[in-house]
Design a protein around this ligand. Structure first.
Ligand code: KIV
Length: 272
């Protein structure tokens, strides 16, 4: 079933801006490997984010901070090999763009050259403005990320909703306008009040893609392992689980274990 207003053979950064102008919502999911990306792309999801959440989901780290540029490139190149239609956006990991704009550009170039991704995403507003400009000047599309920015978890101290206070809400609105002005093609807005998120989306012409930011924005993103229920200890209010794969996989593995132990597997038809 498709609710697309227009068919996009290949989704580009321009398609996303068109989708916003045509009031078509944008779908985005994470993927970190070939097999998952093939399914996500085949299902018609517009954008695949090779998120630095791979640090948590794939590598078991507590935060997104440890993942390296080399590891992001490995994940992204696996995803790119699977894609026919989706736009592939790759996170610049912590430490690869904050120290100076030249380093940011070098990191973004490595991602584009070595993975074949179509755009990069990085966290922050005014503080990373010069880095974003430098990357954009090299012709690399940039997606911003505001609100809860997990790479700054040690500054925030918690993963709770951001910008509930006026001062932070004002800065967020200014940052969104700034990202639009300098040329970002889109912004991820994470875990902020729905009313504020809608105001931000209405104040800019580029698409705002929310996670925990309500329905008044231009699109939605979820971490794929969360929405298919492979992770089961993470239960934020914003998460809708479409499957309970944790339970289904556990049942399958238990059955396999039983079948091997009892010599039920393989049977006669399952051998040569
Ligand atoms: O890394 C990630 O998966 C993300 C999403 C949560 C937006 O940045």
């Amino acid at each position: 079933m498709s609710v697309a207003k227009k068919e996009y053979k290949r989704v580009t950064v321009k398609s996303l801006v068109d989708m916003k102008a045509n009031e078509e919502k944008i779908s985005m999911l994470t993927a970190y490997d070939y097999t998952m990306a093939k399914i996500v792309d085949g299902a018609g999801i517009d954008v695949i984010l090779v998120g630095d959440s791979a640090s948590n989901v794939m590598a078991g780290h507590e935060t997104t901070l440890p993942i390296t540029l080399d590891q992001m490139i490995y994940h992204a190149s696996s995803v790119v090999r699977a894609i026919d239609r989706s736009l592939v956006v790759v996170d610049l990991p912590f430490g690869s763009y904050q120290s100076d704009p030249k380093e940011a550009l070098r990191s973004a170039i490595r991602i584009m050259k070595e993975s074949g991704g179509h755009a990069v995403k990085l966290e922050g507003g005014k503080e990373v403005k010069e880095s974003i400009k430098r990357i954009l000047n090299a012709g690399i599309p940039v997606m911003g990320h505001l609100g809860l920015t997990p790479q700054s978890i040690y500054k925030f101290g918690t993963y709770t909703v951001r910008a509930k206070e006026e001062e932070e809400a004002i800065k967020l609105k200014e940052d969104a306008k700034l990202l639009e002005k300098i040329g970002c093609f889109s912004i991820v807005l994470e875990k902020v009040p729905a009313k504020l998120a809608q105001e931000v989306a209405e104040s800019v012409s580029i698409p705002v893609i929310g996670i925990g930011a309500g329905g008044g924005v231009d699109g939605q993103v979820l971490v794929v392992h969360d929405m298919i229920g492979m992770t089961h200890e993470f239960n934020p209010r914003f998460l809708r689980r479409y499957l309970d794969l944790y339970s289904e996989m556990t049942t399958a593995f238990q059955q396999y274990n039983k079948d091997v132990k009892s010599s039920d597997f393989p049977n006669e038809k399952e051998q040569y």
